[in-house]
Design a protein around this ligand. Structure first.
Ligand code: NAD
Ligand code: MG
Length: 338
């Protein structure tokens, strides 16, 4: 796994911190305890584990947070694999930028990437600083460099600056994970304002376009782009009209871009999650009724934990998957198509 010790990595990282948008993280070594939501390790490799056992399931306690929400304030706390994910050098020496890397799927991916040997830059909103700093500590504890790049990706100049900062701080870029997302539940199309519609498309579609466009000139042959779609791309929830439409766009964009990028040796794929227990869902992403029953309508009868999807991102980023491009991979507890 790690080929650098933690103190070396921290020293190298601190040498870079403060430049550009990078934010220095406190020198404390203890990562705030990530209470695994699960009774037993969530994604521990090796051995046989019953996917039905030990994972939280409905009914979930009523809860709501102001958008964008914090993983640290959810009940139960999501399992991001902090206690369970074990790397095996699959991404040794790689350099990754992950949007929405502070919480949820992006956070689980950041932890897994670092434990697989990658240096990781994450983008998130300033309001999510506390979640982001926990992620940075996990990355550093894996002996890798963590770069924190807060900012709002609805802004095109910021997206260009984000990529430039990641390239500068990481010394290059060969994995881009477009994962940040905006999801707000509205019962009727009549309740979706133009501002809301625009917000959702700016975050989920335009930012992916801007960040990808800025990143491509920096990506070497062998690089991987991974977008986060959803089961909503093919089976839209009635209360997520604008969101679901962005996810269909992301899937389509992924397949088209993959065709374009093959000649450059850059692979482009998407992950399409079903219901996952993340801040998105408790900060306006679901009706309270759906939240309390979250995931119970899947064959697995529970939502996924972020740790359970990170291995897909790892596989798609890894050069082992060299013939895999233009594809969508699902993790949905058995319901819906990618
Ligand atoms: P999450 O809330 O943990 O992550 C979403 C992140 O998006 C936030 O942490 C935030 O940093 C980022 N973000 C939102 N607006 C932003 C902006 N304007 N500028 C910068 N960053 C911004 O929730 P998650 O569920 O892990 O979401 C990650 C991705 O997974 C999203 O694309 C989401 O649509 C997708 N997804 C989630 C589910 C699910 O059930 N949780 C299902 C399908 C797809
Ligand atoms: Mg977050």
């Amino acid at each position: 796994m790690a080929d650098h010790n933690v103190s070396d990595s921290r020293r190298r990282w601190l040498q870079h911190a403060g430049a550009g948008l990078a934010v220095a993280v406190g020198s404390g070594t203890a990562v705030a305890a990530e209470t695994a939501a699960t009774a037993t390790p969530g994604a521990a490799q090796g051995g046989v584990r019953d996917p039905r056992a030990g994972y939280p399931r409905a009914p979930f306690p009523e809860q709501t947070q102001p958008w964008p929400g914090l993983a640290g304030k959810m009940t139960p706390r999501p399992d991001h694999g902090g206690q369970s994910y074990r790397g095996s050098g699959r991404l040794a020496g790689r350099k990754a930028l992950i949007t929405g890397g502070d919480s949820g799927l992006g956070r689980a991916t950041a932890i897994a990437f670092a434990r697989e040997g990658a240096d990781v830059a994450i983008n998130y909103l300033p309001a999510e600083e506390s979640d982001a700093r926990e992620v940075a500590q996990y990355i550093q504890q894996a002996g890798r460099k963590a770069v924190l790049l807060p900012g709002d990706i609805r802004d095109e100049p910021f997206c260009r600056q984000l990529v430039a900062s990641a390239v500068r701080e990481l010394g290059g870029l060969d994995i881009l994970v477009n994962n940040a997302g905006r999801q707000q539940s509205h019962d009727s199309i009549l309740d979706i304002t133009t501002e809301q519609f625009d917000w959702t498309f700016k975050t989920n579609v335009y930012a992916m376009f801007w960040i990808t466009k800025a990143a491509i000139p920096h990506l070497p042959a062998g690089a991987a782009i991974i977008n986060t779609s959803s089961v909503n791309a093919t089976d839209p929830s009635e209360n997520l009209l604008d969101y679901a439409a962005t996810k269909a766009t992301i899937t389509n964009f992924t397949k088209g871009l993959a065709k374009q990028m093959a000649s450059k040796g850059i692979r482009v794929n998407a992950v399409a999650p079903g219901p996952f227990w993340t801040p998105l869902q408790v900060s306006g992403g679901q009706t309270m009724a759906k939240l309390k029953a979250f995931g119970s309508d899947t064959p697995m009868q529970r939502p996924g934990q972020p740790a359970e999807i990170a291995p897909l991102y790892v596989s798609l980023a890894s050069s082992e998957a060299s013939y895999v491009t233009g594809q969508v991979f699902g993790a949905s507890g058995g319901k819906g198509n990618p």
